[in-house]
Design a protein around this ligand. Structure first.
Ligand code: DX5
Ligand code: ZN
Length: 233
């Protein structure tokens, strides 16, 4: 299917999960300077996913280090009791997993009621159709291209077809289509062609460990995606 709608802006969202946690503020400032559009914040609870990362207090401590959008990806269950804390910590987008509980619609209503942009994330085994009855409540769909819980995993190729399905369902609504997991310049073009406009990358951005490396890494993903979108680089 050819793209028949005005594309959403191209977004590169480095995942702080891959940064050096001993200097979080500095890492946030570095990816900001390196050209990040959003800062992707992976919250893990050791229950919904088999790993624990950080919560609202750590996000609050990062907040003064950049003016960029804080894109929170909650891999927690339940999520509803914590939504307000993430909103107060300075998250601009709050994305919950469709698989995290029985009341996705209620969670999305709660995020919107807090004045934040609401996102739905879907695991590799979850079909795109799960978003059908919440399309009017979401600002973002986050398609997982790895099983959530860890950085540095191999990209799961079936995410590409799922992104095309999501794009067809979104049908020109003002909803960002974000992809997360194993994203690197080698797949960014195919993902952009399928309809993704927001690219989360952890290891592919933070490899090298210096501001110069981050700049090169962000630019490589952006260029691959922009090229596939037919945009001037
Ligand atoms: C995985 C997280 C991702 C992760 C991506 O559960 O949602 O955001 O940090 O890391 P890479 O880009 O290394 O796969
Ligand atoms: Zn994530």
């Amino acid at each position: 299917m050819t793209q028949s709608f005005t594309p959403r802006p191209l977004v590169i969202a480095p995942s702080i999960l891959a940064s050096d946690f001993s200097k979080l503020g500095e890492e946030v400032r570095a990816v900001d300077q390196a050209g990040a559009d959003w800062i992707h914040l992976d919250v893990m609870d050791g229950h919904f996913v088999p790993n624990i990362s950080y919560g609202p207090d750590v996000i609050k401590a990062m907040r003064p280090h950049t003016k960029k959008i804080f894109d929170a990806h909650l891999m927690i269950s339940p999520c509803d009791p914590y939504l307000e804390a993430f909103a107060k910590a300075g998250c601009d987008h709050i994305t919950v997993h469709a698989e995290a509980g029985p009341h996705l619609h209620r969670s999305l209503q709660a995020i919107r009621a807090l004045g934040k942009k609401a996102g739905v994330s879907i695991n590799p085994a979850t079909p795109a159709s799960v978003i059908e009855y919440v399309l009017d409540l979401i600002d973002l769909v986050l398609v997982m291209s790895v099983n959530p819980g860890f950085g540095g995993q191999a990209f799961i190729r079936s995410a590409i077809g799922k992104i095309s399905d999501v794009r067809a369902m979104v049908a020109g609504r003002p909803i960002d289509i974000e992809v997360d997991g194993g994203v690197a310049p080698d797949v960014a073009g195919q993902l952009a062609a399928a309809g993704a406009n927001a690219f989360v990358a952890g290891s592919a951005v933070f490899k090298g460990g210096t501001l110069e490396a981050y700049k090169t890494n962000v630019a490589a993903i952006r260029n691959a995606a922009a090229d596939a979108r037919g945009e001037a680089i």
